[in-house]
Design a protein around this ligand. Structure first.
Ligand SMILES: *Cc1c(COP(=O)(O)O)cnc(C)c1O
Length: 401
């Protein structure tokens, strides 16, 4: 396995100034500058170190369970009269792709001599992935979470506590993800020396989007190898992934960006419908602005206030996309589709019944667009199955037809 941290010269990847086209950068308060600058100066050197790569690879193999299988879904393929493969990130330890990134960042934090880890979480999935690697490494873990989310996501709060993390409620504003993010940033400003902030997606100030994309790029690295073994060709016709902040999609697209024959398909959450006022389809509804210290597309009012997003899946319920995706959208390199709550639910049921795999509701958004792609029988499609659906059972059952 090769985590491909030396090869970033695609024009779709970050430039030396920390931008993807017009998007990215580090719009940070001055007090955060030393922390972000320390990370920016060191992250590539640390990631290039062979000893670091070896430690990362061996944990991905023995702890996470990589490589994750590339599974030919024969009954699903029959249904759509095409060739459909699923990249099984749902089989990773903790049930999703997020652990790839938290493993990478905790190793990086250790190299930087950090003793204390902070994170923010909305639905709790990133909080659990962070608490997991902190337990693994014996580091202190503080997770900021909106008080409303703490109530809504009790099982994940219990998991974090069992893993030894301290869950701190964010009680300001809407008491959800963006308020938790504010608290985490405040903590980092106050603890610049001993603390690393683990961000969970390809969002935040440079170098986070690039760093997280590189840790997740193991997904497309493996897809190329596995597809060659299975079909004799490294390049599929389509790669489809759901986009919240965009980390599983960034990982699934990373090594295909320069292969222009590969159609990259990003699927956002349309919620109750793009124009319903209850949506998270950022590329369709968003305008350029700054969120989480990065210039990107985000849903905002005319005077720049963030609009509350809506999606049935907590992981896609985010008012922005990372700058890499904003650039893929603006440049036309990826096509951006969206799936409603109901389409995602139907796709989740369909995969369960056709393949015996209950997908995360996030991943179900990607599956929901198979019907809209007009696939040919010879087309090879890879769907990034970002996570498993155990956490969503209650929602699925509530909507059982
Ligand atoms: C968090 C999550 C997502 C959304 O995050 P991205 O950064 O867009 O990948 C998607 N799928 C699952 C299973 C998740 O837990």
């Amino acid at each position: 396995m090769d985590i491909a941290i030396n090869t970033s010269q695609s024009r779709y990847h970050v430039n030396e100034k920390g931008y993807y086209g017009d998007f990215g950068g580090a719009y940070i308060p001055e007090m955060l500058y030393p922390n972000v600058e320390e990370l920016r100066e060191n992250y590539l050197n640390i990631m290039r170190d062979p000893a670091f790569q070896q430690e990362f690879e061996s944990l991905l193999r023995d702890y996470v369970g990589r490589p994750s299988p590339l599974y030919f879904a024969s009954r699903l393929s029959e249904k759509y009269n095409s060739k459909i493969f699923l990249k099984r990130e749902d089989l990773n330890h903790t049930g999703a792709h997020k652990i790839n990134n938290t493993i990478g960042q905790i190793l990086l934090a250790k190299r930087l001599g950090k003793k204390r880890i902070i994170a923010e979480t909305g639905a709790g999935q990133h909080g659990v992935a962070t608490a997991t690697v902190c337990a693994l490494m014996g580091l202190e873990c503080i997770v900021y979470m909106g008080s409303v989310d703490i109530q809504r996501q009790a099982p994940n709060v219990a998991r974090m506590k069992m893993l030894g993390a301290t869950v701190v409620p964010a009680t300001s504003g809407s008491q959800t993800l963006k308020d938790a993010t504010n608290e985490a940033i405040r903590d980092w400003i106050n603890n610049p020396v001993d603390t690393h902030y683990i961000i969970g997606s390809v969002v935040g100030p440079h170098p986070y989007p690039d760093m997280v994309a590189r840790f997740q790029s193991v997904i497309s690295e493996e897809i190329k190898k596995q597809l060659t073994e299975k079909t004799g060709k490294a390049l599929p016709d389509y790669v489809i992934a759901c986009v919240g902040g965009g980390s599983n999609a960034a990982g699934a697209f990373f090594h295909f960006t320069d292969d222009e024959s590969v159609q990259l398909v990003a699927v956002e959450a349309a919620g109750k419908g793009v124009d319903s006022g209850f949506s998270a389809a950022t590329s369709q509804l968003g305008k350029p602005g700054v969120i989480h210290a990065s210039k990107t597309l985000l849903m905002q009012t005319d005077d720049g206030q963030i609009v509350e997003p809506h999606s049935i899946s907590a992981g896609l319920d985010y008012p922005g996309v990372g700058p890499f995706h904003a650039h893929l959208y603006e440049s036309g390199r990826a096509v951006f589709l969206n799936a409603t709550d109901n389409e995602a639910l139907a796709a989740g049921y369909e995969l369960s019944l056709l393949e015996g795999i209950i997908p995360a509701l996030e991943s179900a958004h990607a599956l929901a667009k198979l019907k809209d792609l007009q696939l040919n029988p010879e087309d090879v499609t890879v769907v990034c199955l970002s996570g498993r659906g155990d956490k969503d059972l209650e929602t699925y059952i509530k909507h059982l037809k």
